[in-house]
Design a protein around this ligand. Structure first.
Ligand SMILES: Cc1cc2nc3c(=O)[nH]c(=O)nc-3n(C[C@H](O)[C@H](O)[C@H](O)COP(=O)(O)O)c2cc1C
Length: 249
């Protein structure tokens, strides 16, 4: 069986994973953003191939995705590791993902690093993965399928110990256009928005994944513009220019 397992708060990671899965005729999708799901129910075996795609958060695997992946039982299933990043750098994401998956019984065999629109500063890598990426990633899908079927060793870039996670805490807040529909509360991967009062956000729980901002039908949610301008100024240089996708076989 082929599985596409993604953590994709704003859809960029899912889009990349779909292109990289194009060579498989059938797939079962598992959504790591679903906080009500019991991920320990997922057990795999040596016949299975799992494409595991996560976004890079501060050069790392988002902690909640790491925790949910660790509950699965790999049972020797082959894993294709995908880091999706917003045009700065993916740093230790693939190395960390490799360690997480090996620790719960998966066998990493291949992978990719893919650029997608930056989910906080959307002007960077805007529209990516674009048509050129789509063609490239669908072409790579066939190669990934071949490698996954054959097996064989693989190494991923990244440092151990991993980079310390140090992203700015920027909790999105609801503005005056919020109609209180609660879609954001339902979609929040960590339950930081109360269903009965979606105008409140728990800053302790929030991971600034931007799912609530992306899903709001009123476009009523946003992060503090002053903090955002600071982050922009700090990261502008590192975020500029077109970065290329990478394939690991
Ligand atoms: C909290 C947070 C931290 C991020 N850190 C990085 C980073 O270190 N490097 C980078 O290139 N992009 C970074 N990004 C951008 C995301 O990796 C990128 O936009 C990704 O496509 C988001 O996935 P999604 O669209 O599936 O939500 C970050 C985004 C968020 C929300």
């Amino acid at each position: 069986m082929f599985y596409e397992i993604t953590f994709s708060p704003t859809g960029g990671t899912k889009k990349a994973a779909d292109f990289l899965s194009a060579a498989w005729n059938e797939k079962t999708e598992i959504d790591l953003c679903r906080r009500e799901e019991d991920f320990s129910q997922y057990t795999f075996n040596g016949e299975d191939i799992c494409l595991m795609a996560v976004p890079t958060f501060g050069g790392r695997v988002p902690a909640i995705a790491a925790e949910r992946l660790s509950r699965m039982q790999g049972g020797g299933a082959k894993a294709i590791l995908v880091a999706v990043y917003g045009n700065r750098a993916y740093e230790d994401t693939l190395a960390e993902l490799e360690d997480i998956l090996k620790a719960c019984g998966f066998l990493p065999v291949a992978g990719a690093a893919v650029v997608a629109e930056h989910s906080i500063m959307r002007e960077f890598a805007a529209g990516r993965p674009d048509a050129a990426d789509e063609e490239q990633l669908k072409g790579w899908s066939r190669k990934l399928k071949e490698k996954a079927e054959q097996g064989g060793p693989i190494t991923f870039p990244g440092n151990r110990p991993y980079k310390k996670y140090g992203a700015l805490p920027m909790t999105p807040k609801a503005g005056k256009d919020c109609g209180g529909c609660g879609i954001c509360a339902a979609k929040c991967p960590v339950g930081a928005i109360p269903k009965d009062n979606p105008r409140e956000t728990d800053g302790e729980k929030c991971i600034t994944c931007m799912a609530c901002v992306a899903v709001c039908p009123q476009k009523a949610r946003s992060v503090n513009p002053v903090l955002l301008a600071g982050a922009r100024a700090m990261l502008k240089k590192a975020l500029e220019g077109r970065k290329e996708n990478e394939l690991f076989l």
